[in-house]
Write a new protein. Structure first.
Length: 247
């Protein structure tokens, strides 16, 4: 799925953001934040209507709570209400320019709208926060977005930054293998896949990358091994159909 990674990050990186900058009664703010947290739980359980009610209540209690705008933006996007999502993401980053989660989420949203040039500054803002607990996720998001936009130089830059932050990050290793294949750097594909295999299970995507790289490198044993794993473990995958035809 093209944007599967971004969807995962949006759900997992919402909680714990900073509050907005407006001056509000502490009791109202605490109540609003509590409703945001309840809404997130409901959203993760697929109870979107209840989640929306909680987020809307939080915004009534505190219209300047950045985490509430961030959360409701994610929900609006999941419901296909893109304009509403964009509006609330913008509010979130304006209310709290230091909220790295909101910047990352908004960057991912913009990338899904094929707005790479608009997305990049938000990824940079999120990753530049020295206290951000998972910079590899943001850099990987930026790299994937750049790759989809056809900016291979930026894609490589950000994916390398992801691996500098976390050398064993599987998503970045897989994406670097893909990028290396497209650039005709087959030895690098092999190296990235070896690193990937040391920390994660092969997927149909990584196995097909292995087949394509070893075809070019002329290692028939390695190519046959990748083919066998793909046929045996993922016989119904699009990658298996690509190699072996329809069953």
């Amino acid at each position: 799925m093209r944007h599967g990674l971004f969807t995962l990050l949006l759900v997992t990186l919402l909680a714990g953001g900073c509050a907005g900058t407006g001056v509000r009664d502490n009791e109202d703010r605490s109540a609003a934040q509590y409703n945001v947290e309840l809404g997130l739980q409901y959203m993760q359980e697929g109870m979107n209507q209840v989640a929306m009610e909680k987020f809307q209540k939080a915004l009534r209690q505190d219209p300047e709570l950045a985490t509430a705008h961030n959360a409701i933006a994610v929900l609006y996007e999941s419901l296909g209400q893109i304009d509403q999502a964009d509006h609330h993401f913008q509010r979130a980053v304006r209310l709290d320019r230091n909220d790295s989660r909101a910047h990352n989420n908004y960057g991912a949203f913009l990338c899904r709208q094929d707005r790479w040039e608009d997305a990049e500054p938000h990824f940079v803002a999120a990753a530049s926060d020295p206290l951000y607990e998972a910079p590899e996720l943001v850099y990987a998001n930026a790299g994937i977005c750049a790759h989809q936009a056809g900016d291979l130089q930026k894609a490589e830059l950000y994916l390398r930054k992801a691996l500098e932050a976390e050398p064993e990050y599987p998503i970045a290793l897989r994406r670097m293998a893909q990028l290396s294949l497209e650039q005709g750097q087959y030895l690098k594909v092999r190296a990235y896949l070896q690193r990937y295999q040391a920390v994660a299970r092969h997927t149909p995507q990584t196995l097909l990358l292995g087949v394509r790289a070893e075809e070019q490198l002329g290692d028939r044993n390695a190519e046959a091994s990748y083919r066998l794993l793909l046929r045996n473990n993922f016989p119904d995958s699009p990658q298996a159909r690509e190699l072996f035809g329809e069953p």
